[in-house]
Design a binder for this molecule. Sequence first.
Ligand code: ARG
Ligand code: ZN
Length: 422
Amino acid sequence: MRPPIQLVYLICFNIFLEKCICKSEHDQVLSITVATQEHVDTVQNLTSHNETELWQPASPIYITTNSEVHLYIQSTSVEFVTELLRKHGITYRTLLENTPALIEMQTKNDSSDPRSGGVFYERYHSLEDIYYWINKTKQDHSDMVKVILIGSSSEKRPLYVLKLSGRRDEVKRAMWIDCGIHAREWIAPAFCMWFVNYALAFYNQNTEITEILNNMDVYILTVMNPDGYKYTWTTDRMWRKNRSSNKDSDCFGADLNRNFDANWCTKGASDNPCDPTYCGQFPESEPETQAVARFLRSHKDTVKLYLSIHSYSQMLLFPYSCSYDEIPNHNELFEVVKEASTKIRRYYRNNYKYGPGAKTIYLAPGGSDDWAYNFGIKYSFTFELQDRGRYGFLLPPSFIPQACNEALLATKIIALHVIKKL
Ligand code: ARG
Ligand code: ZN
């Protein structure tokens, strides 16, 4: 039976009303189409408003004509921002309009929370949980796992690297994976945990991971930026940098992926401590950067593959990001990521762009991948995991398995290629 027309009206009106209320009640994420130079200026201006947070691109300096900007806006400024966009004739659409619900979905899954559903690796974890997990993993797999303290963060939290080794004689090669260099990219630490779990569970079951672990040790830094990560759980979900204090400024933090010694602080980075891509006081000024660089320097003879995990935008990148120069082994790396991207499309029906960082996204100097490459690790990659902006940094936990499996597939392809070549 069809409901009377008045009832339909009433329901529609209520939904409409509720939507209106929601809109002004909640923080939102807008996708803004920047067409002209005037739009560029307006939107760049908006990003300095302290109730907005730029999601994409990483810094206002990257906003250009004919680009899509993803902007997070606090509830109290939604009206102001949308009015302003309309006034300037800038088109936009709402990507997310109930961010608190999404944040709740991401955090209630913490294992200290009895409401949490799903299995351990299909949730996001607090920093405390991750420290606990590192210790537990070592205890449960003492034959394959060692924990190495490589340094501490600016707020003095330990930086632990898990070393995974197959059950075989010592080998001379190794690969490195770091996750969570940027605080808000929660899927990254989730991937590091996923990888460790997979490697330990499927060693001697899955031929590829067995081949990898029989030929290489794997060093995994699950959270490269623990202070920032902690801060995203407690205070500001959208924080990117670390949390070091800056001389002569009230703004905190440096972008660890602009703090490495690779064309440091040139175009594509900022020398303003208040910017999201602040390069720091000097190359390796940050303890987290220094800890990673030192560790790799002291393992120069063994580490043949460097991998850094970020989100979001679905890309498989290799050097350079700090210049438009082509690296000597460009074709080889290009073919590998192309294969990885093709297989991800085939198995998971998902698209990943691939190529050198500067040409594929933007000039971004001071990155870990470029530094590692120049240092001598000729297989050096940055992955940008899911998604392409639908949920952005607020990727719901239900997406973790596929996001991680896509990255795992790419990791396997690259690692096996390196083993074959060396
Ligand atoms: N979205 C990443 C960033 O802004 C890109 C990383 C690519 N590599 C690089 N060295 N910038 O840091
Ligand atoms: Zn990142």
